[in-house]
Structure formats: structure tokens, C-alpha cells
Design a protein around this ligand. Sequence first.
Ligand code: ASP
Length: 325
Amino acid sequence: MSNRRKFIKSSIYGGLAVSTASLSSVACATQTEVGEKPIVVSTWKHGMEANDGAWKILSKGGKAVDAVEQGVMVTEADPTNTTVGIGGAPDRDGNVTLDACIMDENDNCGSVAFLQNFKHPVAVARKVMDETPHVMLVGEGAKRFANEQGFKEENLLTPQSEAAWKKWLEKGNYQPEINVENHDTIGMVALDSNGNLSGACTTSGAAYKMHGRVGDSPIIGAGLFVDNEVGAATATGLGEFVIKICGAHMIVELMRQGKSPMQACREAVERIVRKYPNDYKNLQVGFLAINKAGAYGAYSIHQGFDYAVRSNTTNELIDAQFFGS
Ligand code: ASP
């Protein structure tokens, strides 16, 4: 089926959107829009292991906010993952700088950006949420806070990441890379057995970015947004374009208006395509959302975005639908 036809078919499904007023199990037109709880969904293939981490908490009746924190920490701790936590690709000067945020069912949120030398930025973000009157700490201040909270500093640049960065430097143009592949943030949103939603998002950001660059991932409303009345959404891909449309917040508001998670994600992607016709072909953005009924959906600009789902009835990796070129 052509992308265009897939798109039209999706629009037809859109007419059967989940009503956000209906909080019980809801069956919609696609397999990915059947609601249940508890449930956790995460971006990309590494979301499978992250979901396992979250599921240890969700399956025992634990809170979504604890599940998403523990879940994405699995990815942060993996040195072979070059897009999150330790082993994340550095900026163009060789510094690994991490961004993360977390948001719970009561609109509490915490975020850190441009944080260096701590492999679990999401745990620091959780402390910002729980222990300070602020939402966001960045750079040196975030580092000082992490030290005060007892987090251990360590070198996050693995020999593999360093070698890849040096190879990149050999190309000699020293320009930040914009392409459709350079993205693998983990964003996770979950609904617990008490019917509460939470989310977390953590990344090393765009590989070989300019020093000091912060993307969408730690920005509440862009890379992550949760509204316990409605749903939760997260993003991956070139953060600058997610920030420009306030992606995650937009998706939650679209679900509030009655759109299904997939339909809301698709509409956000279409907004990027429509507003940036000269840019979208060369960049990837993927959105993932869940609603209050536990129905989920995703959509990306280009083919290749997948997401992991774990519940009592499923544990799988799903290819997201996409707009195409
Ligand atoms: N969204 C992230 C950023 O722009 C990149 C990614 O998804 O890997 O920092």
C-alpha cells in the first residue's frame, strides 16, 4: 500500500477515535488502539528492555512514575547504547551532555539539561521534581545538585563512543549533523493499575551537537507531557522541530479533543510536514502516545520508527505508521 493510501486509511480510522471520557477497556479500529492497564510503551527497540524494567513495578501494582523512572534507567545504564546515558555520543567537542525529564499524574515534573558525568539524568530529574520547588536545572547547577543528592560522578565517554567521535572529526566539517537516522532517545509513558499516567524521557541528544545544545527531550511539553485526565505523549527525533510545535503537549491536547493516540501523533507529524516543507524530508521525528484508557499509538515522518509495548496481554515491538516523503 502506498504511503498516501496508508495515510488515507489512517484518516478513516481517525473517525473511530477513542473517547477520553471512556475509562474502561476500549477497542478501536487498529490493534494498537485497544486499551488496558497496566501498560507501558517506549520508543525504539531498546524500549523492550526498558519496558521489562518498568514492568517489574507495574505488574506488582506499583506507581507509573516509579515504573518509568526505573524503566528508562535500564537504557541509561547500557554502555553499548550510543544515544542515552553512559556511552551516549558526545557533542562535537567530545563532551557527553545528557538531558532528561519525568512527569507524574499530579503534574509534578522535574528536568535536567546539559548535565555531564552522571549516567542517570532521569534520577536527578526525579530529585528535582521531589526535592526542589523548581522544574528544571541545567549545566553546572544541575551538576552541583546531583552531587548534593549523592549521585556519583563518572566518565560517560566510552572508548567506542570516543573512537566514533574521532572518526567523525576526521571528516573535518565540524558541523552539527541533521539527518533522518541520528536519533534514538528513550521516551516512555505508562498507565498503572490505579489508572494513573506518568512519563519519562532521557537522551544524550543529537550526536556531535554544538556544545550547550539542548533538544526537546528535557522540555516539558515538547519531548514529554502527561495530563492524568487525558493521556501522555513523548517524542524522539530532531528535537528542534519537536520544540517548534510543542509536540507532546499538542498530542495530549488533541487526545483531549477526542483523537485517538495514533491520530493525535499523526496530526502532530502532519503539522511539521506542512509547516516545514523544505526540511521534513531530511529529518526524522517520531511521536508515541497513550490515553487514559491505556490505548496507544505512534506516528513518524519517515519509515523506521518502532516502539515497544508491554502489558498483561502483549510484549512486542511495533513498527509505527509514517508519513513518508
Ligand atoms: N530528540 C532528541 C534530541 O533532539 C534526539 C533523539 O531523539 O535521539 O535531543
